[in-house]
Design a binder for this molecule. Structure first.
Ligand code: BGC
Length: 370
């Protein structure tokens, strides 16, 4: 077996998206043409992938995204590729410095989940000028990126809005809802917000709405306290929260005021799933991280090796600075009490034991989770 075939065989075992990419590579080789760039011939499998994630207060990044990307890069490179990792802890200038360090360390390709999609633009350009292609991960970074992988983020917002309407039922206009959006530096937050408004506008009364600085749960908590004193606790009938981390801060404020109303979320964080079981949070949005992370690894490895992105990047998106960016947008699912088993448990994110700790044992039994 030559290296290409071995790579294809590993990819076959690794899943459908990997299959198509590897098949594309091997078809090219068997057709007699070699890899399209000279650098890839030099690099082969021993590539260095720089991975920059935006923060670590949200559980997904270091619990799922990072290990999944590392695993896929290893699979696609016969364990020869390495991932160099840094987390910006929500600081855009730290992230720009991290890009500089990655350039100095001569990574072959960068995967970047931007803290601030506009502030990262000059760094993306710098990387490109140094011959390092950039894959934007989850958030659409500005500047000359080579590929993008994320979820359908407008649909995330719509899914949250629809679930809130469902929870409110005929009472949707009987009081005020509070909307807690994400950070203005994150283009996803704008899409979640737009999707939610598309569904909610005209069907509910929005009493207060906030863009939450840095996506921080403590900021969401403070904003919720302010909303409660401004609107009065009897008038609040529901809260749109853009993610689970913020839902945690919001629910703490609601509980302290003795308010129990439907709250949305996103990310299917373990704490969020447990709050859903306990009836404290109405829903979350389950975004399967593996297909997103796998696609990012496949795009990065293909770019480093000078191969086509076509079989992975089936979509095209436009950023404020660039058009027709090869992309893959993964679909999402609304997560409520009813489908915990069919989503996060089935896909192996958590075991029933992870979720059903003693504090949640009764709720688990009631929901048929045992
Ligand atoms: C991600 C969410 C995450 C949020 C805060 C968004 O860009 O898509 O999954 O909860 O950032 O980090």
């Amino acid at each position: 077996m030559n290296t290409q075939m071995r790579r294809a065989a590993v990819a076959v075992a690794a899943g459908a998206m990997a299959v198509s990419l590897a098949a594309c590579g091997s078809a090219k080789e068997s057709g007699g043409s070699s890899d399209s760039s000279a650098s890839s011939a030099k690099k082969g499998d021993a590539i260095k992938v720089g991975l920059l994630l935006p923060e670590n207060q949200t559980a997904r990044y270091e619990k799922f995204d990072k290990p999944l990307i590392e695993k896929k890069v290893a699979e696609l490179t016969n364990n020869k590729g390495t991932v160099v990792y840094a987390n910006a802890k929500q600081d855009a200038s730290t992230q720009n410095q991290q890009v500089d360090t990655m350039i100095t360390n001569k990574v072959d390709v960068l995967i970047v989940d931007a803290v601030d999609a506009a502030a990262i633009k000059s760094s993306v350009q710098k990387a490109k000028d140094a011959g390092i292609p950039v894959v934007a991960y989850d958030r659409l970074a500005q500047g000359p990126i080579s590929g993008y992988t994320s979820f359908d983020n407008k649909t995330v917002g719509k899914t949250q809005g629809e679930a809130l309407l469902q929870a409110l039922g005929s009472k949707a206009k009987s009081g005020k809802i509070v909307m807690m959006n994400g950070s203005v530096t994150d283009p996803n937050a704008a899409q979640f917000k737009a999707g939610a408004h598309e569904v909610l506008d005209g069907k509910v009364n929005v009493g207060k709405e906030y863009d939450t600085k840095e996506w921080k749960p403590e900021n969401a908590n403070a904003n919720m306290e302010a909303a409660i004193s401004a609107l009065g606790k009897k008038n609040i009938i529901g809260v749109y929260s853009a993610n689970d981390g913020m839902a945690g801060g919001i629910i703490t404020a609601l509980k302290a005021a003795g308010i129990k109303v439907p709250v949305t979320g996103q990310d299917a964080e373990l704490a969020g799933v447990q709050r859903i079981l306990a009836g404290e949070q109405f829903m979350s949005v389950y975004k399967p991280y593996a297909p997103e992370a796998d696609a990012a690894a496949e795009l990065a490895v293909a770019l480093a090796q000078g191969k086509s992105l076509d079989t992975v990047a089936k979509d095209k998106v436009d950023s404020p600075t660039d058009k027709q960016i090869p992309s893959l947008l993964v679909p999402v699912t609304s997560l409520t009490k009813d489908n915990i088993k069919d989503t996060v448990v089935k896909d192996g994110l958590y075991t029933v034991q992870d979720i059903c700790t003693p504090a949640y044992a009764a709720a688990c039994k009631k929901a048929g989770l045992q």
